[in-house]
Design a protein around this ligand. Structure first.
Ligand code: YXS
Length: 258
């Protein structure tokens, strides 16, 4: 199994990703993550902590690039594994704390930001990479980023695709806390225990209220379809193929805008 589920004092669940050097979000890893969340949801635990193996250099390298379709299909459809696990976290009744060390890439940034709190080690970086890879990120994914960042910060992250230091995200309110790797576990556990001492019923109803209200974004059918058509122009483009080929050929992509 690429994912472990442990419990602490019967009230805190810890989900640990451990899938090779880069924790690429493959359908297999995501299926194991989903199973771990199902176990957490059906248990008596009150808080979930999501982490990678202690000491990792890379928290997750994002969507498994080899699983991005190159046959004209939408790369991020509703049932894409990445989309499913992000909804699982969003719908998980218990608060989920992302305890992050190492670098976070692409769709893994959204996975982390879908959590209710984010606590990162001071050497953590976040790189939102759709523009670098040539992937037309999906509408709900972009909205999820908008819920946790200001538009200027989000546009800088998405348009540059550059790794952003955790301290910058702390300064701009995107994440909750930054601490040293040595303090990360004890700091996160303190917060988890505090949440676990409070009423789980109230915590869960507050989480669901916030989820529903944060998603209350009216969008006409025509607007939705127009955005989908814009995305299709991208994933049908030569640039989309170029992004994936360049990744596997280990060279910078040469985009032409076609
Ligand atoms: O060459 P081998 O076989 O050893 O494999 C290499 C990489 O190809 C592989 N690998 C990945 N495989 C699938 N999906 C990935 N996302 C992925 N990332 C890496 O892991 C082996 C070791 O990688 P290597 O040699 O580059 O290690 P490194 O330590 O020099 O660099 C680590 C990274 C993470 C900085 C580097 O691998 C990297 O930049 N990876 C791509 C990060 C990224 O752009 N992720 C976005 C994926 S697409 C996605 O999440 C969304 C769809 S979107 O782009 O829209 O946000």
């Amino acid at each position: 199994m690429a994912v472990r589920f442990d419990t602490i004092d019967d009230v805190i669940g810890v989900i640990t990703m451990d899938s090779g050097k880069v924790n690429a979000l493959s359908s297999e890893l995501i299926d194991d993550l989903a199973a771990a969340f199902e176990t957490a949801i059906s248990s008596s635990i009150r808080v979930v902590i999501l982490r990678a193996k202690p000491g990792v250099k890379i928290f997750s390298a994002g969507h498994a690039v080899g699983e991005l379709p190159t046959n004209g299909r939408d790369p991020l459809t509703y049932n894409d594994p990445l989309r499913r696990i992000i909804r699982d976290i969003d719908m998980c009744p218990q608060p989920v704390i992302a305890m992050i060390e190492g670098s976070v890439w692409g769709g893994a940034c959204e996975l982390v930001m879908a959590c209710d709190l984010v606590i990162a080690a001071d050497d953590t970086t976040f790189a939102m990479t759709p523009a670098k890879l040539g992937v037309p990120y999906n509408i709900s994914g972009t909205l999820n980023f908008m819920k946790v960042t200001s538009l200027h910060i989000l546009k800088e992250c998405l348009f540059t695709a550059e790794p952003i230091l955790a301290s910058r995200f702390l300064q701009t309110g995107v994440i909750n806390h930054v601490c040293s790797r040595e303090e990360l576990e004890s700091f996160t556990m303190r917060i988890a225990r505090q949440i676990a001492r409070n009423s789980p019923l109230v915590t869960q109803v507050l989480k669901e209220e916030i989820r529903v209200l944060a998603n209350a974004n009216p969008l006409t059918a025509e607007t939705y379809e127009r955005l989908q058509a814009l995305r299709r122009d991208v994933y049908d483009s030569e640039d989309y193929q170029e992004g994936i080929h360049a990744f596997f050929e280990k060279r910078p992509p040469a985009y032409t805008g076609k």
